[in-house]
Design a protein around this ligand. Structure first.
Ligand SMILES: Cc1ncc(COP(=O)(O)O)c(C=O)c1O
Length: 322
């Protein structure tokens, strides 16, 4: 019933779905556990990544509410802002990005693509998410005074609308499992602004799936992110009549290293391992650190040979060209 409710919520189809899910044969040979990968790096739109699933819902919502501009906030190399720029321009929105950091002389990676999509970029000299979001709200007011109607999205598109992208991704994974006759004991992914993990947890609660969803934190500590994932999952789950048991919110912050965005030796090793064993390109900020966690759990025998483990590749590898 609640799955039917999900299918009635307006969404665009920018993401090319379903994304592939396949076993990582070479990697699994050297590790405990059978490791599979859900290729959300291949969602297709604007170089792809987890954020296109969120934007399918967010941009549909912005259209329904008759907005004419989109505001997205993030770091200078934000994957979300890159995909939001593309999603906005193809749907005839003016796109404004509030980006933390200074304007580089020569844009690279995600920022280069933001400009290609024609986004209007506003740099703010701060690393604080709250400061970016505050600036986004100010911009919304300024645009309103100028007669425009802007739809302002939070960091990572992580609100109860964007989170629906990963509620539906969870059901897509269940369909993959049926098609491939495989059952997963664990799902592992990078977690940062909480939306991906919250969406998966809502899908878990709606379906009665019993496995564990492990978010490898890349930006915030375990306590803070556990709270944020829990709150967002509860808010998102409300419309489907499900609530989340806090003990099912599993966040591990052991693999962040010095700080968000700072390369760790284990993250770099994981990036190399995925590249050389599987031809899969991760990134150093998100998926490399999550993969470092996966490899660590596997080497420590937390995952055993009886376990099937799903790693979600959430994208972000444009950052390799930074
Ligand atoms: C490549 C990549 N992976 C994972 C994440 C984390 O997803 P979420 O912000 O929904 O927790 C992000 C978020 O920016 C990302 O860009």
């Amino acid at each position: 019933m609640s799955k039917e409710k999900l299918s009635k919520i307006p969404k665009l189809n920018m993401s090319v779905l379903p994304t592939p899910l396949h076993k990582l044969e070479n990697l699994s040979r050297g590790l405990f556990g059978n490791v599979y990968c859900k290729r959300d790096d291949l969602t297709g739109f604007a170089f792809g990544g987890n954020k296109t699933r969120k934007l399918d819902y967010l941009v549909a919502d912005a259209l329904i509410k008759s907005n004419d501009s989109l505001i997205a906030v993030g770091a200078n190399q934000s994957n979300f802002c890159r995909m939001a720029s593309g999603a906005g321009v193809v749907n005839n929105f003016d796109v404004h990005l509030v980006l933390g950091g200074s304007k580089p002389d020569k844009p690279t990676g995600n920022l280069l693509i933001d400009y290609m999509f024609g986004a209007k970029v506003h740099h703010v000299e701060s690393e604080e998410w709250d400061v970016w979001e505050e600036k986004g709200k100010e911009l919304e007011k300024e645009l309103s005074k100028a007669g425009r109607k802007a739809y302002c999205m939070p960091v990572g598109g992580s609100n109860p609308v964007g989170t629906l992208g990963y509620v539906s991704a969870f059901f897509e994974i269940l369909e993959d499992c049926e098609r491939m006759s495989v059952e997963f004991d664990y799902i592992v992914h990078a977690t940062s602004s909480a939306g991906t993990q919250a969406g998966l947890l809502v899908g878990r609660a709606m379906s009665g799936w019993k496995g564990e969803i492990i978010g490898m934190a890349v930006s915030k500590n375990k306590e803070q992110l556990t709270e944020e994932v829990y709150e967002l999952a509860m808010q998102t789950g409300e419309q489907f009549g499900v609530s989340i048991d806090k003990e099912n919110v599993i966040v591990d912050d052991s693999f962040i290293g010095e700080a968000y965005g700072v390369i760790t030796p284990d993250g770099a090793k994981a990036v190399n391992l995925f590249a050389r064993k599987e031809g899969i390109l991760l990134d150093y900020v998100y998926t490399g650190k999550a993969a470092a966690g996966l490899i660590n759990y596997s080497r420590r025998g937390i995952f055993t040979d009886r376990n099937n483990v799903l790693f979600i590749h959430t994208g972000g590898n444009i950052h390799l060209f930074k």
